[in-house]
Design a protein around this ligand. Structure first.
Ligand code: ADP
Ligand code: GLC
Length: 473
């Protein structure tokens, strides 16, 4: 099959979170299964752009409203990522350093989507499926069906839309509807949710199939979807959950070049100790104590706002028997609080505020526990990386965390689960972690070696997507 993935992120080209990891891995695994997988994304000014060779494959022009823009599509020359990678260059709009966070993000991602449809409209053949990811690409299923310029040629191409995160929907006021390409005006309702143009809702309405990145998340969306609960209820017949995988070539403690010491399941104890020593040295922590880490965006969804209180309480209540390390960026207030705690709890706590791919690898390898108290977690990749590196996940019982981590109190359980995103539940779980580390060596050893054998590679999920595309033929 020929699959065209459309997304705002793709690792290692540009990544802000798990969306990038997924779009950098799934197409590679689909190509390994013998399919032609392509990714098209915006051309940002990232290191990957300058470090690689490109060829121009298409040039065109389009409008958003009365604004004409010229675009170019360039293709990476060497198939470096294991799939065909195309970037859309739109001068002045997409060619910036960051992926998101500009005042004109609406115009940026609209013009990206229009350019992708325009390019596809010029292909001499059609792909078997267009697979769109999250709201930045959510208007494509609508445009191919109902935009006057595209529908004749593109309307019969199956579209699949994956919801990675329904908290962000890309809302556009109706006062900006003129930015969209001319469309069949009877179909305006396919854009609308609650009197706003809602790209995520539109995709859920218009795509032939909708997927979510875990089974539990699909169920949860019917009860909590940031206003779209009813929509997910109506559309459940065409929706299914497919659990994300991880790229086991990038995330492998045996070969990872970003960690201090490589190790496998047999050498896990020694290997992790060496990595912890390196981390503890860098951050002024005690390598003999259990190290509990958090890696992620410092936002409410991840319950990052609970960290200062939960960590301080844990240090007091458990008499400093554990160390904590945080890597993340986001809410500026929270960043300041964590920074302040670096001094207040010197020797017990430290944080790195910012984004560091290499530090994240060292932390998965060198930490004993990885804390994820998320309020919302559609899938979560961190816990799967932790499992592969023999790091015990401490997770809230929600979304993809519920689908991938079992509690050590249950038969064959290999993680620590708790029910509430609350200071109390986190502090209690820290107590369980310290007890496991200090008093239950056999269980701890078994858990670590067991979790490292769990297969979360993309092999099975990549095939599930192929089966889904094939059902649309
Ligand atoms: P989300 O996509 O909601 O942020 P995921 O668990 O799916 O959550 O994926 C997060 C990805 O981003 C993981 O690869 C994680 O290691 C990475 N990550 C998050 N914050 C940082 C950071 N500050 N530095 C490096 N990597 C980070
Ligand atoms: C989103 C979700 C996260 C998921 C990722 C990749 O960012 O918040 O849970 O793992 O997408 O699908």
């Amino acid at each position: 099959m020929e699959i065209l993935h459309v997304a705002a992120e793709c690792y290692p080209v540009a990544k802000a979170g798990g969306l990038g990891d997924v779009v950098g891995a799934l197409p590679k695994y689909q190509a390994e299964l013998g399919h032609v997988a392509k990714v098209v994304m915006p051309m940002y000014r990232t290191k990957f752009l300058y470090d690689n060779q490109w060829e121009l494959v298409h040039e065109g022009g389009q409008h958003i409203g009365s604004h004409y823009f010229h675009y170019s599509i360039i293709k990476e020359k060497t198939n470096k990522l294991g799939f065909d990678l195309y970037l859309v260059d739109i001068n002045g709009l997409l060619d910036r350093e960051k992926i998101y966070g500009y005042d004109d993000d609406t115009e940026r991602f609209l013009s990206f989507q229009v350019a992708v449809c325009d390019w596809l409209n010029k292909w001499s053949h059609k792909p078997d499926v267009i697979h769109c990811h999250d709201h930045h690409t959510g208007l494509i299923p609508f445009m191919v069906k109902y935009a006057l310029e595209f529908r004749d040629k593109l309307a019969d191409i199956p579209t699949v839309f994956t919801v990675h995160n329904a908290q962000y929907q890309g809302w556009i006021g109706w006062d900006k509807y003129y930015l969209l390409p001319s469309f069949d005006s009877w179909k305006w309702g396919m854009l609308d949710w609650d009197k706003t143009i809602n790209p995520l809702a539109s995709a859920v309405k218009c795509a032939w199939k909708v997927t979510t990145v875990s089974h539990s998340y699909l169920d949860e969306l019917k009860g909590a979807a940031n206003g779209l609960e009813n929509l997910f209820g109506y559309e459940q017949g065409k929706s299914l959950g497919i659990l994300n995988g991880i790229d086991t070539q990038v995330w492998d403690p045996i070969t990872d070049s970003l960690i201090a010491k490589n190790y496998d399941k047999e050498l896990v104890e020694k290997g992790k100790r060496k990595n912890k020593k390196e981390l503890a040295g860098q951050f002024g922590l005690d390598p003999d104590k259990p190290l509990i880490s958090f890696i992620g965006r410092l936002v409410g969804e991840k319950a990052a706002d609970l960290l200062p209180e939960a960590i301080s309480q844990s240090i007091y209540q458990h008499s400093g028997h554990a160390n904590f390390l945080v890597l993340g960026s986001g809410d500026p207030n929270l960043e300041d609080q964590l920074d302040h705690m670096n001094h207040q709890f010197k020797g017990y706590f430290n944080s790195y505020i910012g984004y560091s791919e290499s530090l994240s690898h060292l932390m998965y390898a060198g930490s004993d526990f990885l804390l994820m108290p998320s309020r919302v977690e559609p899938c979560g990749l961190n816990q799967m990386y932790a499992l592969r590196y023999g790091t015990v996940p401490m997770v809230r019982n929600i979304g993809g965390l519920r689908d991938t981590v079992t509690d050590m109190g249950d038969p064959e359980g290999f993680g620590i689960r708790f029910d509430q995103a609350s200071v109390g539940d986190i502090t209690y779980s820290v107590g369980r972690a310290i007890d496991l580390y200090n008093n239950k060596p056999d269980l701890y050893t078994w858990m670590r070696s067991h979790m490292m054998t769990i297969d979360h590679s993309w092999d099975s999920s990549a095939q599930q997507y192929i089966d889904l595309y094939q059902s649309l033929k």
